[in-house]
Write a protein that binds this ligand. Structure first.
Ligand SMILES: [Zn+2]
Length: 546
């Protein structure tokens, strides 16, 4: 009778254990988690444009997954940097510390950008677009926890046109985060991640140069012209070197004036991002072993287009019709690639306020707020009261910073100067609520919008005074296009959909949920620990039960 030698027996037993282990792992967790952030996507778009969508994109996710139509950001400012950090860290700015796209750095005595890092440089030697890393993120992101749990074997990738939307989702241990340089028209990264761009990116750029996406943008074939949206043209900003704001937009001609930047203001930049995402997934071997991987993809074109044309423009409608089709194509790609063994979530980093002049044209009250004038008034007040306008340091993203050196020199108590300015600011037309840093550190706010200010407040980085404007109030520097950043419904109400393996199909949960509940849900799905500042309950019970 044939018998295996002992060593062979040991080997077979070992292989059996490995297979069993791999088998249970594969059953427990999806191969890949795909995070999709659609920059500046209001939840309302899923309703308003639903009739224009096909069956394979947003509708497929809603019908085949679990949809949360009442998902909210629970802090101000509602902006891209804080938004992406909150989604992927499961905490708000009071924890993760990304208190704005920019803030005033007291140690450096200068404005700082949320992902700037002078200790890094671009892999192509770029200083302006290359000095980037997640170093300002406090704690960690979900990808970091996945790396820790897998001894670094799980892969973490991210990409976006905007650097901050690629870097913050990737966390500290991303294998690679790619963003786009609109001057060279090429994708890039910093030496924080790699010393050199991967060869596959070179190949991709050969077949998919930015130049290939400079089409003429007109109504999508088959979609009806919406006359009401056409009337919105007067409230839209035109491309540089062009007077008109309506279709068609000839990107190749506009490129001559604005350079590759024109691509960001067209739906083709989203197609470009999808194309790179597919290549990144294939070439970096995502989902090819039993260590689950994460890829985060953030689509910035929707934000650029929203800023320039506004939420009630024909451009934004057309952008979502095209995005829906690209999304359908991408879901098919994922299904082919991973055989359905993936979990996808789709959400946004903030909403948007309609154009102020457009609102007024519809009889809704709206106003513009003059920040330049406010700065002058603050200086005047400080000079009149304390004899020095140098006490004022900076006003950025509704945060007022005081000059601590000057306060010391004058022997002034910072709390009383904060109180004095708060009293003054409270009387300014267009300003709703102002809170001081010392109150934010010592009181516990529960009502709206104070609680949102507190959730967005971080003691080292936030201002001495933080304020929010009245609803439907926007920056007086602009009259065209649209903006965001406020605590109001339109800026913080976004969609959230989970889809894929193990996710309940065709469920719509109408309860209010918080944007910080995504990361703990992904932690449950991947069976890993949550990032350090994450205290929100997960949605796992809702998304995995009928
Ligand atoms: Zn924006």
């Amino acid at each position: 009778m044939f018998t295996f030698p002992d060593r062979m027996k040991q080997f077979l037993l070992f292989m059996a254990v490995i297979c069993l282990y791999a088998g249970t792992q594969a059953q427990d967790r999806p191969l890949v988690v795909v995070g999709i952030v659609v920059d500046q996507m209001s939840n309302e778009y899923l309703n308003r444009f639903n009739k224009d969508f096909g069956d394979d994109g947003f509708r497929k996710l809603m019908n085949g997954g679990t949809y949360f139509p009442n998902t909210y950001f629970n802090y101000v400012p509602t902006a891209t940097g804080p938004g992406h950090a909150s989604i992927y860290s499961g905490s708000n700015p009071s924890g993760h510390g990304i208190v704005g796209n920019r803030w005033f750095d007291r140690k450096e005595s200068a404005l700082t950008y949320c992902v700037s890092d002078r200790n890094t440089k671009g892999v192509n030697g770029e200083s302006t677009v290359g000095q980037r890393s997640p170093t300002n993120l406090k704690g960690a992101a979900i990808g970091d926890m996945l790396k820790l749990s897998s001894s670094g074997k799980s892969k973490v990738y991210s990409l976006s046109i905007k650097d901050r939307s690629a870097i913050l989702p990737g966390g500290y241990r991303a294998d690679l985060a790619l963003w786009w340089d609109d001057v060279s028209g090429k994708w890039t990264t910093s030496d924080y991640y790699v010393g050199k761009l991967p060869d596959w990116l070179d190949e991709f750029e050969k077949t998919n140069a930015a130049d290939n996406y400079l089409f003429t943008w007109n109504y999508d074939e088959g979609s009806n012209i919406d006359v009401d949206l056409k009337n919105h043209d007067a409230f839209e900003e035109s491309f540089k070197g062009s007077e008109k704001t309506g279709f068609p937009h000839d990107l190749r001609a506009l490129y001559e004036v604005e350079g590759f930047g024109v691509l960001k203001y067209s739906p083709f930049v989203n197609t470009y991002t999808f194309d790179l995402a597919k290549t990144m997934i294939r070439k970096s071997g995502l989902g090819t072993d039993y260590n689950p991987d994460i890829i985060s993809i953030s689509f910035s074109g929707t934000d650029y287009i929203g800023h320039r044309f506004g939420p009630y423009s024909e451009e934004i409608r057309d952008t979502y019709i095209r995005f829906d089709r690209d999304l359908g194509d991408f879901i098919r790609f994922l299904e082919t690639e991973f055989g359905g063994d993936f979990v996808l979530f789709l959400t946004s980093d903030h909403g948007v306020m309609p154009n102020s002049e457009f609102l007024k044209s519809t009889k809704i009250q709206s106003q513009r707020f003059d920040y330049k004038e406010l700065k002058l008034q603050i200086k005047d007040q400080l000079k009149a009261r304390y004899g020095s306008e140098n006490i004022f340091m900076s006003l950025v993203e509704n945060q007022v910073y005081l000059n601590e050196e000057e306060l010391k020199r004058l022997g002034l108590d910072v709390n009383s100067v904060e109180d004095f300015l708060a009293d003054f600011l409270q009387g300014i037309v267009g300003l709703n609520v102002v809170l001081t840093a010392h109150d934010l550190m010592h009181k516990n706010y529960t009502r709206f919008p104070e609680v949102l200010i507190q959730n967005g407040f971080e003691k080292e980085r936030s201002g001495n005074l933080v304020f929010v404007l009245e609803p439907f109030t926007d920056d007086a520097e602009y009259t065209k296009g649209a903006g965001h950043g406020s605590p109001y419904e339109y800026d913080r109400h976004v969609p959230l959909i989970f889809y894929g393996r193990g996710i309940t199909k065709g469920k719509c949960y109408y309860g209010n949920v918080d944007i910080t509940q995504i990361a703990p849900s992904i932690a449950d799905i991947l069976k890993i620990s949550r990032p350090p500042f994450c205290t929100s309950p997960s949605l796992t019970d809702i998304i995995t039960t009928p």
